[in-house]
Design a protein around this ligand. Structure first.
Ligand SMILES: C[S@@+](CC[C@H](N)C(=O)[O-])C[C@H]1O[C@@H](n2cnc3c(N)ncnc32)[C@H](O)[C@@H]1O
Length: 276
């Protein structure tokens, strides 16, 4: 195989340029700045072979994050495998909303439901060192990935395999956060882009996508301290339904937070002190 340069590799990859850059900088183990400054640098045979294989997988539709096994979330690098949802930028709003409710030195008990890669739990633990974080998922394969991410970032988290609250018995928390599945069963997006490769159990929640949100909102109040908060991520058009479920439950001070695009993405409420 003839040696090719960084410039030629990027030009001939046959994939989106931004994706090609991520794959190439990972294959070469260099920064974007290095790629830009040294377009004439020749790839070694191993780097070239690796990049060619990855570009081919990307052309077949596989998500970049699964190919390189990593995705950045809240300025931290998370290991990802096809067992977990690829962390999304919009979920940073859930972390930000949660951090806004936890004083820096507060020893609060936090529960992350449906932890997947562990990105939400690890980010909270990383930025609130005194918080005691518990993270739950129904998928043991996802929990394995989450455990590794917690170790990588030096965050101590209690991981529990559970169908939502089932294994938690009567435990209570100051704050519960969740990014549950919220895509409707027949949503055509499931057959497009990255979603085709992600675990269905991390995405789909019944005929209109509200099954998991309904379950979590319905059960969370029994696992919150009086005055504790539930924060839940939902689809950009599901905020009215989420607020209605919260208001019909034992929650007061129901709020919705918007993401940077102005979309309603996270709703929450405080469990009624008298009803908890
Ligand atoms: C949308 S993903 C969120 C993953 C991660 N928290 C994130 O924000 O990237 C939903 C997660 O909920 C988990 N899940 C689905 N049904 C569940 C259930 N009944 N009990 C616990 N976890 C569940 C899935 O395995 C998946 O990891």
């Amino acid at each position: 195989m003839a040696a090719i340069s960084i410039f030629e590799a990027l030009r001939g990859a046959g994939i989106d340029r931004a994706d090609a850059r991520v794959l190439l900088r990972t294959a070469v183990q260099a920064t974007d700045a290095h790629l830009a400054a040294h377009p004439e640098q020749l790839l070694t045979a191993i780097q070239h072979e690796r990049f060619r294989g990855w570009a081919e997988r990307r052309r077949a539709g596989e998500p970049v994050a699964y190919i390189i096994g990593s995705r950045e979330f809240y300025s931290l690098a998370f290991g990802v495998t096809p067992a977990v949802l690829i962390p999304r930028p919009e979920t940073e709003l859930l972390v930000e909303s949660a951090l806004g409710m936890i004083a820096p030195q507060a020893p609060v008990r936090v529960l992350d439901l449906g932890t997947g890669s562990g990105c939400v739990a690890v980010a909270i633990g990383r930025y609130r060192a005194r918080a005691c974080v518990t993270a739950v998922d129904i998928s043991s394969a996802a929990l394995e990935v989450a455990r590794e991410n917690a170790t990588t970032h030096g965050v101590s988290i209690e991981f529990i395999e559970s169908n939502w609250f089932a294994a938690l018995r009567d435990r209570r928390f100051h704050l519960i956060v969740a990014n549950p599945p919220y895509v409707a069963d027949g949503d055509p997006h499931l057959g497009r882009g990255d979603l085709r490769f992600e675990p269905r159990g991390a995405l789909v929640a019944g005929p209109i996508g509200l099954d998991a949100i309904e379950r979590v909102v319905g059960q969370a109040s029994r696992h919150l301290d009086p005055g504790g908060w539930l924060l839940i991520e939902h689809g950009h058009d599901q905020a009215p339904s989420a607020r209605a479920l919260l208001a019909a439950g034992k929650y007061r001070e129901v709020v919705t937070h918007r993401d940077l695009a102005g979309l309603e993405r996270v709703s929450g409420g405080r469990v009624d002190v008298t009803a908890a």
